[in-house]
Write a protein that binds this ligand. Structure first.
Ligand SMILES: [Zn+2]
Length: 299
C-alpha cells in the first residue's frame, strides 16, 4: 500500500470496444483529480472516496458526449450526512462541490470506508446533460445503495435503457488518495444478451480496480482483462480537475439577482464576497462594484 503513494501515472480515460464493436469499454485513472479535489475541499477519508467515485462516474458520462461545449451535471442527494453533492464534467474537465466533506464515519465491518452510509442508502441520483439544445436532458433514478457504482449501473439501466457494468474505486489512507479509477462496460445497439453475460464474467477483474490502475498502464490492463474478446483501443484522453469560474461569471450571477437583491447587498452588507463551491476561490465585490453592476441589471 505504501508503494502506491510513490506512483504517479497520469489521469487518463481509455476508450475501447470489445466483441466486434458490440460493447463500449471505458477505463479511467483519476488519482490526480481526486488529490486536487481533496486539496480544495479537505474531505474526510470517507468523503474523499465518495467524491472520487462520483467524479470518476461523472467523467465517464462527460467523455461520452460529443460536442465541445456539452456538459453533464450529476447531483447525488441521499439521506446520509453527505447532504447534496454536485459534480460537473465538461468534456474531460471535472469539478465537484460537496456539501459536508468533513463528516467522517466509522469503517464498515469489512474494513472498507462506508461510502454508502455517508451518501445514504436512499435518495436520488440526477443527471442533467446540457447538449446545447433548448432543453437539457434530465435523467433521474433512486439510489440503490449509495455506494455509487451500483447506483450508476441502475441509472444506466433504468434511465438510459443501457444495462451497464460500472466499477468505481478509490484507495485512501489517512487523508491521502493513493489511487483512484473506474471502468464502464456498456452494450452498444444490437448487442446480444450472451455478449453481456460474457462481459459480466470479465467484470470480476474490477474488484480492486483502484489498486490495479495505479500499478499498470491502462492499455496493459485492458489487454489482460479482455483477452480473446476482440479488444479495440480507440483513443486515450487525459482527465483533470478544473474549475472554469471567473470574476466575470460571478458578476453575471450578481446581475442576474436583480436590482432589489443587489440593493440589499449594497445597503445592508456594503459589499459581497462570493466563494465558488467548486474551487473555493473567493471574489470580493465592494459597494462601488455592486453599484456599477446594478446599473447593468435589467430588472
Ligand atoms: Zn471555481
Amino acid at each position: 500500500m505504501e508503494n502506491l503513494a510513490l506512483l504517479n501515472l497520469p489521469d487518463e480515460i481509455l476508450h475501447m470496444t470489445v466483441c466486434g464493436g458490440m460493447a463500449r469499454v471505458l477505463l479511467l485513472r483519476t488519482t490526480g483529480t481526486t488529490r486536487k479535489a481533496a486539496q480544495i475541499h479537505q474531505p474526510s477519508d470517507t468523503a474523499m472516496a465518495a467524491m472520487s467515485r462520483l467524479m470518476t462516474a461523472t467523467s465517464m458520462l462527460g467523455c461520452m458526449m460529443k460536442g465541445e461545449d456539452d456538459s453533464v451535471t450529476v447531483t447525488v442527494a441521499g439521506n446520509g450526512p453527505a447532504g447534496k453533492i454536485t459534480c460537473v464534467a465538461n468534456g474531460t474537465r471535472v469539478k465537484i462541490a460537496p456539501q459536508n466533506p468533513q463528516v467522517e464515519l466509522p469503517l464498515k465491518k469489512d474494513g472498507h470506508l462506508d461510502v454508502g452510509g455517508y451518501i445514504g442508502h436512499e435518495g436520488r441520483l440526477t443527471v442533467i446533460k446540457d447538449l446545447g439544445l433548448k432543453e437539457p436532458y434530465v435523467g433521474q433514478c433512486q439510489l440503490v445503495s449509495g455506494e455509487l457504482g451500483e447506483d450508476f449501473a441502475h441509472y444506466y439501466t433504468t434511465s438510459e435503457q443501457k444495462p451497464s457494468i460500472v466499477a468505481l474505486g478509490c484507495l485512501v489512507n489517512n487523508g491521502t488518495c493513493l489511487s483512484a479509477g473506474g471502468a464502464l462496460i456498456q452494450p452498444l445497439p444490437g448487442c446480444p444478451d450472451d455478449v453481456l453475460d460474457l462481459l459480466e464474467i470479465r467484470a470480476m477483474f474490477f474488484t480492486s480496480i483502484s489498486r490495479e490502475v495505479a500499478e499498470e498502464p491502462l492499455e496493459d490492463l485492458a489487454t489482460k482483462w479482455f483477452d480473446g474478446m476482440d479488444l479495440k483501443i480507440l483513443e486515450k484522453e487525459s482527465v483533470s480537475y478544473q474549475c472554469d469560474c471567473s470574476r466575470e461569471k460571478m458578476e453575471k450571477a450578481l446581475i442576474a439577482m436583480g436590482r432589489q437583491d443587489l440593493n440589499e447587498l449594497i445597503e445592508e452588507d456594503e459589499g459581497a464576497e462570493l466563494t465558488c463551491h467548486f474551487c473555493r476561490t473567493s471574489h470580493q465585490f465592494t459597494k462601488e462594484d455592486l453599484i456599477s453592476l446594478m446599473e447593468r441589471a435589467t430588472r
